[in-house]
Design a protein around this ligand. Structure first.
Ligand code: AMP
Length: 305
């Protein structure tokens, strides 16, 4: 069984009340694949970068067991660039710049060795590229999850609606859920969104935790209260990586198991925000992850058993 990850691999420039970065490495697929590599050892990446992207980051991905045969490097072209500025509450942000560059013309090529993947994570990028990846797989994966964002709702809603009909799980944040459904109540929004395609839905609420919906079932996992949130960029993708990595490892697709996956995803996201970019994730050990997961279990243990 393998986990196929697609999404942006990018340069980010981030501004938070704690400081400002120049271009640093980011991108949805970067966070997803690093995070999932803590749980699962067969991760294949399909993405695109320009020749301006640092090779040592690709080596770091390989060292974490991520296969990058599907990572296209476009000579003479520039990598995707995103810049964002966080508000003082660190829970909301404004996008300052989105330069698609190589992402704008991305034609995702799936290496033969990536076919027959059982789990597919469509990280944030053009919804039309996300659906193309599904169409180019010779057999449908057992489970397909996708992420998206307001940017695509604004400019590619029709493509997004099409892709949503093809997936099992959508992972988005509360603001995106409200925009997508036109409903403020997340319960009402969850029903509207699940009528658009995905049977399962995760709504992330930043420092207020995450909700998992399926049928009439609902699960909530808090976020770990932290003294300092340094940079929330990539926390959502890191959540998705932990979630999907755990699901791939366990092999069981059920609501019961996804509740555990939400805890693993939340634990990974709590690390991501402790430093700028992917820095914190790349220095973690398996023991750090285990400890953090234990902390989550005690955090919401209400002592009834
Ligand atoms: P998150 O904080 O989890 O929502 O994800 C932040 C990451 O998403 C950053 O590293 C960005 O490079 C990436 N990103 C931002 N906008 C887009 C977009 N329109 N398409 C794909 N990736 C994006």
């Amino acid at each position: 069984m393998s986990l196929l990850v697609i999404g942006s691999v990018a340069f980010d420039a981030i501004e938070t009340p704690f400081g400002k970065t120049d271009k640093i490495v980011g991108g949805a697929a970067s966070y997803i694949s690093i995070s999932s590599s803590f749980f699962y050892n067969s991760i294949n990446l399909v993405a695109v970068i320009g020749d301006d992207f640092p090779k040592d980051f690709i080596i770091k991905l390989n060292q974490r067991g991520v296969d990058t045969k599907g990572l296209q490097i476009k000579e003479g072209e520039k990598s995707f660039f995103w810049s964002g500025k966080y508000h003082n509450d660190m829970n909301s942000r404004d996008t300052l710049v989105t330069e698609l560059n190589v992402l704008g013309t991305f034609d995702p090529i799936i290496p033969d060795s990536y076919q027959n993947c059982e789990i597919l994570m469509l990280g944030n990028l053009l919804p039309s590229v996300q659906s193309t990846v599904i169409e180019r797989l010779t057999s449908r994966p057992k489970f397909i999850a996708m992420d998206t964002m307001n940017f695509w709702m604004d400019i590619a809603m029709e493509d997004l609606r099409k892709t949503m009909t093809m997936v099992d799980l959508l992972i988005i944040n509360d603001e995106e859920a409200r925009q997508l459904s036109g409903e403020y109540s997340l319960l009402k929004a969850s029903r509207i969104i699940r009528n658009m395609g995905p049977k399962y839905l995760v709504i992330k609420k930043g420092e207020h935790g995450a909700l998992l919906f399926h049928g009439n079932d609902l699960f909530f996992c808090p976020a770990l209260p932290l003294e300092e949130v340094f940079d929330p960029t990539g926390a959502g993708d890191t959540f998705a990586g932990g979630f999907m990595g755990y699901l791939a490892k366990s092999g069981e697709i059920s609501f019961r198991n996804m509740k555990k996956a939400v805890v693993y995803g939340s634990a990974m996201a709590s690390f991501c925000v402790e430093k700028f970019g992917t820095e914190r994730l790349l220095e973690l050990s398996d023991e750090d992850v285990e400890e953090r997961v234990k902390l989550f279990l005690t955090l919401s243990d209400m002592g009834f058993h």
